[in-house]
Design a protein around this ligand. Sequence first.
Ligand SMILES: Nc1ncnc2c1ncn2[C@@H]1O[C@H](COP(=O)(O)OP(=O)(O)OP(=O)(O)O)[C@@H](O)[C@H]1O
Ligand SMILES: [Mg+2]
Length: 333
Amino acid sequence: MHSAGSVSDKSAVSLRGITKRYGETLALDSISLEIGANQTVALLGPNGAGKTTLLHILCTILTPDSGSAELAGIDLLRHPMKARKHLGVVFQEPSLDDRLSVYENLDFHGLVYQVPWRTRRKRIDEVLDLVELSEWRNEIVRSLSAGMKRRLEIARALMHESRVILLDEPTVGLDVQSRARIWQYLEELRRTRELTVIVTTHYIEEVEGFDQIFIIDKGSVIAQGTPDFLKKSHGQQLLRFTPRDDRAEAEILELYPNITRIHSGQLLLQSADPETIDGFLHQFGTRVRHLDVDSASLESVFIALTGRELRDKPADGKEKAPTAGNRDSKLAR
Ligand SMILES: Nc1ncnc2c1ncn2[C@@H]1O[C@H](COP(=O)(O)OP(=O)(O)OP(=O)(O)O)[C@@H](O)[C@H]1O
Ligand SMILES: [Mg+2]
């Protein structure tokens, strides 16, 4: 495993040898990781990598088959209820009660977490202000847009004194504006209170400013570090293209056996050496279409390490439908 970066001395999350199977499927294969306090961290991985399973273990709704886990110094397996007090969660699947109002959803959550009513009232005002939903406080959740519901779920995760907040695909299926707003809140929180933020996302560009990235594939952490470290150590130049005809494709594949097929007839040439790309373009530049060069981005790191793109794409080249937060097609305000 490759590792580097800025883990602070105080640990917010510490996992050792966490393994989880669902029948024959090995979802997590002895994962160990440390996340420092006050860090913003992303778990990146293709569909089925094990990200949600890992978050479910961290939020104590799932028990691992083996291994140990600590959150804010508390043993998660022995004292799950104690750990939950420090934990805010935004699940991949929407989990608001949409028959209740915005206010009622927050108040009920505070009640479950035994936040005294005076504090609850104060905190509801604060979190609604943070996610700009104050004027919607008496609205029934069903009538909110997808973006507003997602922001409300973030507000709810902040109702109690959480030291760690877990967000599973908080922005999937949202429009660009709502996505930007969600990251803005998280950034604001990080500046104003002691909080470790752990996020999974399929939007790789969203994690450029993060402290640490863990790349997860097939239930294992295959690389970790700051975005810069990962780019320096695994960044490659990527060249995506479509051959103009079958003959061009056959010749290209014969000369460049390492080329991989991605989606909708596109091929991918990856190389750490810029001269390889130059040589290819010189030779085949006029016989390919849809040419796209990508230099040492986080996406190229991801492809170099996993051999896959972050978002599964079927043969028609369209993205796979997001799995959460998008059932309501109304645009965010
Ligand atoms: N309840 C379950 N029962 C059986 N298999 C499961 C269950 N939950 C997850 N799996 C399997 O475990 C593996 C890891 O799934 P997980 O949902 O953790 O992945 P993920 O990284 O969150 O994927 P995605 O990006 O699609 O959300 C997959 O092979 C998945 O099919
Ligand atoms: Mg998931």
